[in-house]
Design a protein around this ligand. Structure first.
Ligand code: C2E
Ligand code: CA
Ligand code: CA
Ligand code: CA
Length: 278
């Protein structure tokens, strides 16, 4: 974990330097971009494999700069996390989801909207009131919300994290363990934190139909989810063979480029309407 943190620190420093170097007047370009609200939600559809219909989406952040260029999260998230700015970015993203898709979510009461949280959201209880204030009376019901926690960055206080998770669930939202099997927390997080959903990482989905080890891992995670009464979402699905494999196993939900990439709001709404007519 020590080596992991040092590695993470070094990467963060490098990305931070890269971003501040972009700026020619020496001011902090990234803080300016946050203040200017240049971070937007993209929406990747999640598909119900049993019906082929849209079941909701995952919100994925994009930094859209003045010149229209789109910066993917991998290029700025380590810096956003290290500076704590991710918390402000997440607040802005949640507010934008209300502006952009509340009307759609009112028309589709079964749709889920999944938001990514980071370890820093579990350092104190602020996120609970942020969620309540953003979504109360917004048109997006708490029951339509899912909050994803990746096991790739360790949570600092498992007891406090569990309290926060329970309060989010008490509002009616669901909690998902993201990137299951790839990181630090793994089975301990499942045991201690009380998730509702497990998301299997693309890393494993990529190799089903090619590699018995990956299939065994996916199968085992499926068994764990099934026995614990949790839902499962497969991510990074990009072939018909993978869809057939997941259906055969009994996995209900999937997202991936074979269905759709993360889309800006207007395109996501158009996608939903097209699928409804199909
Ligand atoms: P993630 O949460 O595991 O999200 C899934 C990533 O896989 C997304 O990358 C998505 O575009 C990509 N993906 C989905 N299906 C496919 C596929 O079939 N093929 C391929 N090649 N890729 C696929 P993205 O949007 O670049 O996000 C990367 C990571 O950044 C996310 O991984 C998540 O950990 C983080 N992230 C994104 N948005 C947010 C956010 O708003 N807040 C936080 N805290 N983290 C975020
Ligand atoms: Ca995620
Ligand atoms: Ca994931
Ligand atoms: Ca992933």
């Amino acid at each position: 974990a020590m080596i992991g943190s040092i590695f993470f620190g070094v990467i963060t420093l490098l990305v931070g330097m890269w971003i501040s170097l972009q700026n020619n007047d020496g001011s902090d370009e990234f803080s300016r971009a946050v203040a200017a609200q240049e971070f937007y939600p993209y929406y990747q559809p999640v598909i119900d494999l049993t019906t082929g219909k849209v079941a909701g989406c995952e919100v994925l952040v994009r930094w859209i700069r003045d010149d229209g260029s789109i910066v993917p999260p991998g290029a700025f998230l380590p810096y956003a996390e290290a500076t704590g700015l991710i918390r402000e970015i997440t607040r802005q993203l949640m507010a934008k989801t209300v502006d952009e898709v509340a009307a759609l979510y009112e028309r589709h009461p079964d749709f889920k909207l999944s938001i990514n949280l980071t370890a820093s959201h579990f350092d104190n209880t602020d996120i609970i009131s942020e969620i309540r204030e953003t979504y109360l009376g917004s048109g997006i019901d708490f029951r339509q919300l899912v909050f994803e926690v990746t096991e790739q960055h360790p949570l600092r206080d498992l007891e406090l994290s569990h309290q926060i998770i329970k309060e989010i669930q008490a509002m009616g939202a669901a909690m998902a363990l993201d990137d299951a099997g790839t990181g630090h927390g793994g089975l301990a997080y499942l045991q201690k934190l009380g998730f509702d959903i497990i998301k299997i990482d693309k890393m494993f989905i990529d190799r089903v139909c090619f590699d018995v080890t990956s299939e065994t891992i996916v199968h085992s995670l499926y068994d764990i989810a099934d026995r614990l009464g949790l839902k499962m979402i497969a991510e990074g699905v990009d072939s018909e063979d993978q869809i057939a494999y997941l259906r055969g196993l009994g996995v209900t939900y999937a997202q991936g480029f074979i269905f759709a990439k993360p889309l800006p709001a207007a395109d996501f709404i158009a996608y939903v309407e097209k699928m409804a007519d199909a």
